[in-house]
Design a protein around this ligand. Structure first.
Ligand code: NAD
Ligand code: LMR
Length: 345
């Protein structure tokens, strides 16, 4: 009998989870493994969560072994194999994702500590709550036992958006678009990179309308989250759930041969990006292991775009130094990544 997977999800009563939980319970991303869901919410949202749990029961999902409800990460993360950190405040019209840092950063420091203490030592953590890249850094820095390779950041919504724009422009199926990359921060500085794309296995380079790509597509992808808020009045939810399913499936089962996807992962200096950031790179996955794609050629335009989004992440890191516990990081050999700045433990 296949061992069940224990999946902890924060923000379980929120909008993204309204779609996500039912697809997890149906076994979509995990290769039909039995699932135990540990759903975590703020105490004031537990009533809604109880209703959602009743609906999950009413679906009689064959793979769903159990659902437990928790109002603290300390109980909710116990022995989990996967932790999906969705719970955080979303932005509203007129806000940038960085504006959420002051409200959301503490959540990830607390959850990082709990993950380090209560999750399985092999736990895989996906950070979704915004600003997701810097929240991931905070969660990892506070999770004593976790290596940075155990955390990834959701960039798949941006990746799927870019794929959608390109496939609609070219009149091809999204499935035929491969080797697309989104670099950097899940923010308006992100760099959707179509320079390496293959369509049906053939390089697109000469068939790409460079003016459209640089002047229209890049900006549309960068600002798509904001455009959805302006039209719908609320942030994306179902498309985010789809992106989480895609991300988890690739992380666990593996990416398709010859293709790559975009994930926020810990930087060690790849492509000249400063070490110690959760930065989106083109990656391949195999058996749960993520590798940054090496050797892509970057022209001056790409380098400039990557530098801009890197600089934004460096500024975000600087703004949360007080939440990156210096002594604990030094014990784990990491402080040298950003020098002995003014960190407090
Ligand atoms: P929402 O407001 O509908 O739901 C958030 C839920 O999180 C609420 O139910 C709230 O009670 C809960 N929550 C808040 N603090 C919590 C905590 N400390 N522990 C447990 N639960 C907590 O928001 P949403 O639309 O579901 O979005 C959630 C987050 O995901 C937001 O920050 C949003 O910006 C982000 N998001 C990111 C992406 C991405 O691509 N990275 C995509 C969509 C949404
Ligand atoms: C998105 O990209 O749609 C989400 O990150 C929500 C937002 O604030 O834009």
């Amino acid at each position: 009998m296949t061992q069940p997977l224990t999946v902890a999800v924060t923000g379980a009563a929120g909008s993204v989870c309204q779609s996500l939980l039912f697809r997890l319970a149906a076994g979509e991303p995990f290769g039909q493994r039995p699932i135990r869901l540990q759903l975590i919410e703020r105490p004031e949202a537990m009533q809604v969560l109880r209703g959602l749990a009743m609906e999950l029961e009413d679906c009689a999902f064959p793979l769903l072994e159990s659902v437990t409800l928790h109002d603290s990460p300390e109980t909710g993360f116990v022995d989990c194999d996967y932790a999906l950190l969705v719970g955080a405040k979303p932005r509203s019209a007129g806000m940038q994702r960085i504006d959420l840092l002051k409200d959301n950063a503490e959540i990830f420091a607390k959850q990082g500590k709990a993950l380090g203490q209560y999750a399985k030592p092999t736990v895989k953590v996906l950070v979704v709550g915004n600003p997701a890249n810097t929240n991931a850094l905070i969660a990892w820095a506070n999770a004593e036992r976790l290596s940075p390779s155990q955390l990834t950041v959701l960039m798949r919504l941006d990746h799927n958006r870019a794929k959608g724009f390109l496939s609609r422009k070219l009149g091809v199926s999204p499935q035929s678009v491969e080797r697309l990359a989104v670099w950097g921060n899940h923010a308006s500085t992100q760099f959707p990179d179509a320079n390496h794309v293959h369509i049906n296995g053939q390089p697109l380079r000469r068939g790409l309308d460079i003016d459209w790509y640089r002047e229209i597509m890049i900006g549309e992808v960068q600002l798509r989250g904001e455009a959805v808020i302006n039209v719908k009045g609320r942030t994306s939810a179902a498309s985010a759930a789809q992106a989480i399913i895609d991300h988890l499936r690739d992380w666990m089962i593996g990416t398709s041969t010859g293709d790559f996807v975009s994930m926020g992962v810990f930087s060690h200096g790849e492509y000249g990006v400063a070490p110690g950031l959760f930065f989106s790179f083109p990656v391949t996955c195999r058996h749960g292991h993520v590798d940054i794609v090496e050797g892509l050629e970057l022209d001056d335009f790409c380098k400039k775009m990557i530098r801009e989004t890197e600089q934004e992440l460096l500024r975000e890191r600087q703004a949360v130094l007080s939440l990156l516990p210096e002594k604990s990081l030094a014990r784990r050999g990491f402080t040298s990544l950003w020098g002995s700045l003014d960190c407090a433990e």
